[in-house]
Design a binder for this molecule. Structure first.
Ligand code: 13P
Ligand code: SF4
Length: 345
């Protein structure tokens, strides 16, 4: 083991001055020493994706966090994702490279505000998108992600009203898919997806005739209405494997990664401006610092954790719990050719 790999530096600035190869080496060595696992969301910077043990969407990441045997989870995503890992794995150390990497959509609703709405609709079930704080999850009956929202809402009796927080676009999509007319939607949204517009699709289609269009359900209804597929980020990874030409309506970090993976395919970002600055706050330098210093550790009030766990476990039960790798994926993992679990490698 070389000296630089064991001697922590002080500030993230000092780490940022190191060459990427040295950062990667530090990360891998420290990870092994701590029995740590790096979970990365599909929107992470490519260099973070490259050192992640598991890449995926919110559902896959929460399933992985619940099932991992590692002692330490370093979460490269946004705050609610790391918090979810702590809720599901309370005895593990959960680290985030940058505590300020939050999801603005999650900030649309607070525990207090949700309690007030619940008091106006005491008979309603509360379905909460995982892009929310643990406190809000603790006030909910069940959570959902972009890949299981329809299934979760279908599990609520048809005549029972539903308070759906915080994404109005996902709420509207689920309402349409389930044919319900009793969803009370919070007025929150994701600035990255809500800013995508139909004109961008018209342009992309004119330039790429024949390309199918896939969009994330956080986008607006007029775009969803035009889509060949509406799915989560990992759903998009699967579609890119199956199709030669796709216009992809989501954060462009995912599209850049897919283009790198399939250089001969036509994979077009719906919007070149669709960048989640919050996800991009995690850097290789901050990740190396995080592992070397055991920071920033996520801590939760136990009462809130238990409430959030109840709502998350109810969702995971409906989503077949933790999904292990398929036989083919396990073989690739064994050969070191893909990160563990499902998601893009
Ligand atoms: P996915 O669960 O589809 O990865 O979505 C998470 C997210 O934050 C999308 O903006
Ligand atoms: Fe939140 Fe939108 Fe960023 Fe996803 S893309 S983490 S919903 S701000």
């Amino acid at each position: 083991m070389t000296l630089f790999a064991v001697e922590p530096l002080q500030s993230t600035l000092e780490y940022a001055a190191l060459p990427p190869e040295e950062l990667r080496e530090r990360i891998l060595l420290r990870k092994e020493a701590l029995n740590a696992v790096i979970l990365g969301h599909n929107y992470q910077r490519i260099e973070i994706q490259d050192v992640s043990d598991y890449l995926g969407d919110s559902l896959g990441l929460s399933q992985e966090a619940a099932g991992t045997s590692a002692d330490v989870i370093v979460f490269c995503g946004v705050h609610f994702m790391a918090e979810t890992a702590k809720v599901l794995s309370p005895n593990k150390t959960i680290l985030m490279p940058d505590l300020k990497a939050g999801c603005p959509m999650a900030d649309f609703v607070t525990g207090d505000a949700l309690r007030r709405l619940k008091s106006v609709h005491p008979d309603a079930a509360v379905v909460t998108y995982v892009n929310s704080t643990a406190e809000v999850k603790a006030e909910s009956d069940i959570c959902c992600t972009s890949s299981n929202a329809v299934r979760v809402v279908e599990s609520i009796p048809a005549n029972q009203p539903i308070i759906f927080v915080p994404d109005r676009n996902l709420a509207r999509y689920v309402e349409e898919k389930t044919g319900r007319d009793n969803i009370i939607a919070w007025d929150g949204y994701c600035y990255v997806h809500d800013d995508m517009v139909l004109e961008e699709l018209d342009r992309a289609r004119a330039e790429n005739p024949g390309a199918k269009f896939v969009v994330h359900p956080e986008a607006r209804k007029d775009l969803l209405d035009q889509a060949d597929f509406v799915t989560s980020t990992s759903g998009m990874v699967d579609l890119a494997e199956e199709h030669d030409a796709l216009i992809i309506g989501t954060e462009r970090g995912l599209v850049d990664r897919l283009k790198q993976r399939y250089p001969l395919k036509t994979l077009i970002p719906l919007s070149g401006a669709a960048i989640c600055g919050n996800m991009k706050m995690n850097t290789l330098a901050k990740l190396a610092w995080s592992l070397d210093h055991g920071q920033h550790e996520i801590m939760l009030d136990e009462e809130i954790r238990l409430g959030a766990e109840r709502a998350l476990l109810r969702m995971l039960e409906l989503s077949d719990g933790w999904r292990g790798p398929t036989e083919e994926e396990a073989e690739l993992e064994l050969a070191g050719l893909r990160p563990t679990g499902c998601g893009c490698s």
